[in-house]
Design a protein around this ligand. Structure first.
Ligand code: HEC
Ligand code: HEC
Length: 433
């Protein structure tokens, strides 16, 4: 054999071996540490939802049915046109497809999905609430969302015969609030000056009575929202096949482009620094330099959220928690450092379909735009962008990551009857029969 042929043969052999090891289409070529990451990201690693000891009815199915009814009930608003489902539509992964939530007015930020959010110790982009039940109280009183006041809501539950009965079956006797001198028509600490001063003029004891009913409304809404959990996606089937060493099957599930995207996601692009675990979020707060819309002040994010959650009377340490031990490590040891300026809570990347636009202000119309932002990595308008090194990925690499993100869509594990307004009203609740 001539020298030249030998050399060509050697080069060909080296290329073949290299190809064998780095071939991105080979579903079996994941390293041990990559396999561990894939397993951690798979939905099969999602533990059962831990109990919420601050909410005594969190696991109660009748409370969930009550919450289901309230979630879709437009009478729970100042103009009787807004319900939670107005902005958290089951058809859009419990989001709204708008840059910012739209109720009576315009919300400050983009509507977050509710899917899987019961797993998070913090709620909202800035984590200004530390439970789902305390979170549910905010939109009800927000003048731009439901726009009501807590006195109205307590009286509404008390005067609706069905809601009254189910309320009493869960929480014991409910006041009629019919002494208008003690309980004015409209009163609450948030809202216009008349509503505020009516609230200030009530006795501490009467305010407490109203707050208990208000908190319980949040607790049944949370019991319902705990049922809204993502299911198995194409990504999870792929990982299952890879972990079973069934490469033939794995290759029928993922395209080459999706495998390449997944590789970039967990390696070069470092997305799993923050989007990790089975819900693709560490539930922590990070500044990723996302700019606000032109003309809008930059959002201070978590640094204000910390202050708000510590001052919230409905937080884990407050009088409305059902946990007698008041064991609240998240709140007690909460981080307060300057790195939280402009930081937002990492969103889940499961079920992004139908939730565009993205980002805390809905700044990005498409996933492609989000990825371009990571690729360019601008200076933050406020605080410090943690992902300041531009990724420098090519267009086709970014497209691969996008293709991979699209494999994370899944049907919910939630049974269909919870995804529509309750057909029979709450009269179907077992305790009433
Ligand atoms: C006008 C639109 C609107 C209405 C009505 C509304 N929300 Fe929201 N929701 C939002 C917006 C916007 C956010 C994100 C706001 C933020 O983070 O500052 C949000 C966030 C949430 C979150 C946090 C999810 C997470 O992972 O952080 C939950 C849970 C939630 N809403 C539940 C409810 C419930 C329950 C109701 C009814 C009582 C409700 N929402 C009514 C717009 C709305
Ligand atoms: C330092 C932590 C961190 C890293 C690294 C990171 N993200 Fe994010 N991601 C976030 C945070 C925080 C947000 C919300 C930012 C905001 O709106 O201001 C976010 C938002 C997103 C969104 C928008 C989701 C929505 O519902 O609005 C997508 C998509 C996304 N990231 C994908 C990725 C991808 C892909 C990578 C890797 C290229 C990545 N992220 C790297 C923390 C991170």
């Amino acid at each position: 054999m001539s020298k030249a042929i030998k050399m060509i043969a050697t080069i060909a052999a080296i290329l073949a071996i290299t190809w064998f090891y780095v071939n991105p289409t080979d579903a079996g070529s994941w390293t041990k540490s990559e396999l561990r990451i894939l397993e951690e990201l798979s939905i099969y690693s999602l533990p059962p939802l831990p109990p919420d000891v601050s909410n005594a009815v969190a696991q109660n199915i009748d409370a969930a049915r009550f919450g289901h009814s309230l979630f879709f009930d437009k009478r729970m608003s100042a103009n009787r046109l807004v319900s939670c489902a107005t902005c958290h539509s089951p058809e859009k992964q419990f989001s709204d497809g708008l840059p910012k939530g739209r109720g009576i007015g315009l919300s400050d930020r983009n509507t977050r999905t509710i899917v899987g959010s019961a797993y998070s110790p913090w709620q909202y982009w800035d984590g200004r609430k530390d439970s789902q039940w305390s979170q549910a109280l905010s939109p009800l009183e927000d003048p731009d969302e439901h726009g009501g006041n807590r006195m109205y809501y307590a009286r509404f539950i008390s005067e609706d015969p069905e809601y009254r009965r189910v309320y009493e079956s869960l929480f014991g006797s409910l006041s009629h609030f019919n002494d208008k001198k003690r309980f004015p028509d409209a009163a609450g600490p948030i809202g216009n000056p008349a509503v505020f001063s009516a609230w200030e003029n009530m006795t501490t004891k009467d305010r407490h009575m109203v707050n208990i009913v208000f908190a319980n409304i949040g607790k049944v809404l949370a019991a319902y929202q705990r049922l809204i959990i993502p299911g198995e996606s194409k990504f999870d089937y792929y990982v299952e096949a890879v972990l079973q060493n069934n490469n033939d099957k794995a290759e029928t599930i993922f395209t080459k482009q999706e495998i390449r995207g997944l590789r970039l996601f967990i390696n070069e692009a470092k997305c799993t620094d923050c989007h990790n675990g089975p819900l693709f979020t560490n539930n922590e707060f990070h500044n990723t330099g996302n700019l606000s819309f032109p003309g809008e002040m930059p959002d201070r994010g978590r640094i204000n959220g910390v202050r708000k959650v510590l001052a919230d009377p409905f937080n884990c340490l407050g009088p409305y928690s059902d946990d007698p031990t008041r064991n609240c490590p998240e709140l007690t040891f909460v981080r307060k450092g300057a790195e939280l300026i402009g930081a937002m809570r990492t969103p889940t990347l499961r079920n992004l379909e139908g939730t565009a636009p993205f980002g805390h202000k809905g700044q990005f119309q498409t996933l492609g735009q989000v990825l371009e932002q990571y690729n360019d990595s601008p200076l933050a308008m406020i605080g410090h962008n943690e992902v300041e090194n531009p990724l420098g990925l090519s267009t086709s690499e970014l497209e691969s990551i996008e293709a991979f993100l699209n494999t994370l869509n899944s049907p919910l594990t939630t049974s269909p009857e919870w995804l529509n307004p309750p057909r029979l009203g709450i009269s179907s609740i077992a305790v009433l029969q």
